[in-house]
Each structure stands twice: as structure tokens, then as C-alpha cells.
Write a protein that binds this ligand. Sequence first.
Ligand code: ZN
Length: 237
Amino acid sequence: MSYQHRWIDGSAIDLPVGKVVCVGRNYAEHARELGNEVPDAPILFIKPASSLVPIAPSFSIPTDQGEVHHEIEMALLVSERLQNVDALTAQWSMAGFGLGLDLTLRDVQNELKKKGHPWERAKAFDGACPVSGFIDARGVSWKQPIEISLEVNGALRQRGNTTQMLFPVFQLVAQMSKVFTLEPGDIILTGTPSGVAALQPGDQLVATFGNTLKVSTTVTARENTEEVAGNEIRERW
Ligand code: ZN
């Protein structure tokens, strides 16, 4: 599975592939739909570089670990090293903007939460972060709210805009940079609007970022990794 950052025309972006820094509950509606409190400081977590895959023309989901929820999110591609910066510096240090899916094994996550365990098994697995190509940051204006949306099989499931965020995009990046040094090639996911639900193999997805980006893709079933590993071992013997 190889991933590389790309512009929306498909050409490669000359930045390394790094970590993905994410925020939980950045839209009040979404916090409520999962029965969570609205936080006063952003809830941060990381997906490793190994979780990144291209979102289109298809991406795969595990089928043997309960529900896999879609969380459509605005994705930011970092172009500079950012450590303890302010929001304005953060804004000027982005290479591009796009869309990401924070895939979540919801049943696994609920179990982990109950036990007080970390979330990685539910959110950081291989393929847990499908991302689109990026729009050059210079072509995106922040003067008006930007809307993101997700349709599944023709039905609108998620829609939200930047004014509904509890922590606005670049203030969020600034806060993240106080905890984790952001490196060129890192991606930031800025939280999901309400409407999260389970995906099924065969689902057809259309995701949008403002009027600039529209991505169509298909969900496929991931081969059971343990079985694959078992077969490889048997073949070797
Ligand atoms: Zn999320």
C-alpha cells in the first residue's frame, strides 16, 4: 500500500508523508449525536503515516470488526515546520486543502472507551485515513465559510461549514502545534460534522469541499489481514 500526497490534477506533491493530527468533537452537533460532552480544549489524537491511502477511485474497509463509520473532514497539508505558532502563521504555512475520511471502527472504539483504553485500534489502523488530492492553498479564500459534505449512495449524510467549528481551522492548528511539532508533509484533520454512520462494501461516496473539489469513490471490503498473513506463512512452508 503506497501513498503519496497529490494535487487535485493527480501530480505528485514534493513533500514527505508524515503523521495525521486529528481533533475529536470539533462540531457541537457531532459531539451530541455520540452522546459526548462538548470539550473546552480540543481532543487531539494522531493517525500514523501508515493509515494514509488515496480516497479514490476506491478504498477498503475491514469487515470483521463491527461497524466502520465515515467521518468526512477538511484536510490540511502542512508545508512548514510548526512549533508553538499563532493562527496567522499556521494559515500561511499550509501547502493545500482537501478532504479526508477519519474512518472509525465504532464498536471497537466504544469498547476501548468503556475500558479507558487508547483509541488506536479503532482509528489508526492501516487504511484508516483515505485522503483526496489537495487544492493549492493559494487558490482557497477563507473570507467566506467553506462547506464540506458527504453523500452516500445519492443521499446526503454529512454537511458542515467552518462557522460551526468549536475551534476554527487555524486556531486549531496553532493549538496542535503547542502539543505536537508539525512537520512539512503532515496532514491535519479538522473534525467531522454530524451524520456519521456505518459504511458497507459497495457504497458509492461523493464528497465535496466548497465549490472547488468533488471526489467520487467506492467502498470495497478489505481482505482479512490475519487470513492473508496465515496464507503467506503456509505458502512459504
Ligand atoms: Zn474525526
